[in-house]
Write a protein that binds this ligand. Structure first.
Ligand code: PLP
Length: 445
């Protein structure tokens, strides 16, 4: 019986001990193989055990692993920042490095507010966000998150930022259908701005494709163009939270690249380092930085490990790997195969209500009634059951529930490393097929 150790998400539950990983596979100390069908937390984009990354890290560590960002910069951090400036859309040219996605979105919040403060506008302190969203677990980031389950225990401590409906066509908050709806979900942003007052709002934050809170929900065409237009009209900074969607996950390098929109600030995490080291980033446009530069104050964010050379070198090597192995293209091509395969399973299993997503960020929503999209009751824990059946069979899929209705719910994500092959996509689909069959048997019993 354990009486000390790492605090696990579910204390008292047995967690297998992982000994090593290679590509899309993980192996525990008992020799069991798992397919990492979720890339951990949608993180390990280049797969496990890539020697090039280990070598780049060893080389950097032997030169210098850490310098304090208030004293020095480093070649590795500058190279990474320059690379990101080359790749990011528009004039997103300035990067602030942090260690987690939550820190990246909190930094974005602070920079957006500071941008207005430097212009003498002190009332713009609110950040608008959407319901059915996730921007991180620290209190500022959680305040911006419309994830009901994760907010629940801390509501009294949180700012009331989420105010806008999600562009969630399968469960349209306006009970309309695209394109006849006239993009009411986009117009909902303007409604919220008028209600709260543009003079109080610094920024609007969004995940280009909704991840943890709903399972790969992409908006209808025209939505982001509308959002951009509304934000410009009311002098509101746009923050694209690309912590999950960035670095090729959705079949384009950044999620916003699917639309004709350029955010003022972009956050990255997860796939930036592909999990080889904790690293995240807040990328800021020339327009915002030029105002902040003229002011007298530094950006009041930063952490001891911000921009450390070791993590930066790891991220440079990850980016090189993504490019040299054409992983953005592979994400798009294998994602299409995954979605086609899941749509076939949808014909076979009447509990699959929706299959959606882009690239290798693929969502499946379970429902008890295909016609009405009625969800299963919370007690049935259908999503959780599916996850544990898959886990038993050696496949890891990602829980994307709790964000919509606040209870354990019904959407999951399949998001394997972007190195996945066509044969491995079939392997994943076969295990899902077997797991769905077992789930159906349990539900009927
Ligand atoms: N933003 C998005 C879109 C995320 O999906 C997540 C994590 O899932 C975060 C922010 C928070 O990142 P982290 O867990 O690294 O703090």
């Amino acid at each position: 019986m354990e009486n000390r150790g790492v605090i696990k998400p579910m204390l008292g539950t047995h967690y297998p001990m992982i000994s090593h990983g290679k590509g899309i596979y993980l192996y525990d100390d008992q020799g069991k193989q798992y397919i990492d069908g979720s890339s951990g937390a949608v993180t390990v984009n280049i797969g496990h055990g890539v020697d090039e990354i280990a070598m780049a890290m060893a080389e950097q560590a032997s030169k210098v692993a850490f310098v304090y960002r208030s004293h020095f910069t480093s070649q590795a951090a500058e190279r990474l920042a320059n690379k990101l400036a080359d790749l990011a859309p528009g004039d997103l040219n300035w990067t602030f490095f942090v260690n987690s996605g939550s820190e990246a979105t909190e930094t974005a919040l602070k920079i957006a507010i500071q941008y207005f403060q430097e212009q003498g506008i002190t009332s713009k302190t609110k950040i608008l966000s959407r319901w059915t969203s996730y921007h991180g677990i620290t209190l500022g980031a959680l305040s911006m998150s419309g994830h009901l389950m994760r907010r629940a225990r801390f509501t009294d401590l949180l700012e009331d930022f989420p105010a806008v409906s999600a562009p969630y066509c399968y469960r349209c908050p306006f009970h309309s259908t695209y394109p006849g709806c006239g993009l009411q979900c986009g117009e909902d942003l303007e409604r919220a701005i008028l209600e709260i007052g543009a003079e109080n709002i610094a920024a609007f934050i969004f995940e280009p494709i909704i991840g943890a809170a709903g399972g790969a929900i992409a908006p209808p065409p025209g939505y982001y163009e509308k959002i951009q237009e509304i934000c410009h009209k009311y002098n509101i900074v746009t923050i694209a939270d690309e912590v999950m969607t960035g670095m090729g996950r959705t079949g384009k390098l950044f999620g916003v690249n699917h639309w004709n929109m350029t955010p003022d600030i972009m956050t990255l995490g997860k796939g930036l380092s592909a999990g080889y080291t904790p690293m995240a980033a807040t990328i800021v446009s020339d327009r915002i930085i030029s105002v902040i530069k003229q002011g007298t104050k530094s950006v009041m964010s930063g952490h001891t490990f911000s921009a450390n050379p070791l993590s930066a070198a790891a991220c440079c090597a990850v980016l090189d790997y993504v490019e040299s192995h054409h992983l953005v293209h592979n994400s798009e091509a294998r994602g299409e195969e995954m979605i086609t395969g899941l749509k076939e399973l949808m014909m076979k299993y009447a509990i699959i209500g929706d299959v959606r997503g882009k690239g290798l960020m693929v969502g499946v929503e379970f429902v008890s009634d295909l016609m009405t999209h009625r969800p299963f009751p919370a007690e049935a824990k259908v999503g959780e059951q599916f996850l544990s059946i898959c886990f038993e069979k050696g496949l890891i899929v990602y829980p994307a529930f709790g964000g919509v209705r606040g209870y354990e719910g019904d959407s999951i994500m399949i998001a394997p490393p972007l190195v996945v092959t066509s044969a491995q996509v079939k392997e994943i689909l076969n295990i899902m097929d077997e797991s769905l069959s077992e789930l159906m048997t349990r539900l009927i019993a």
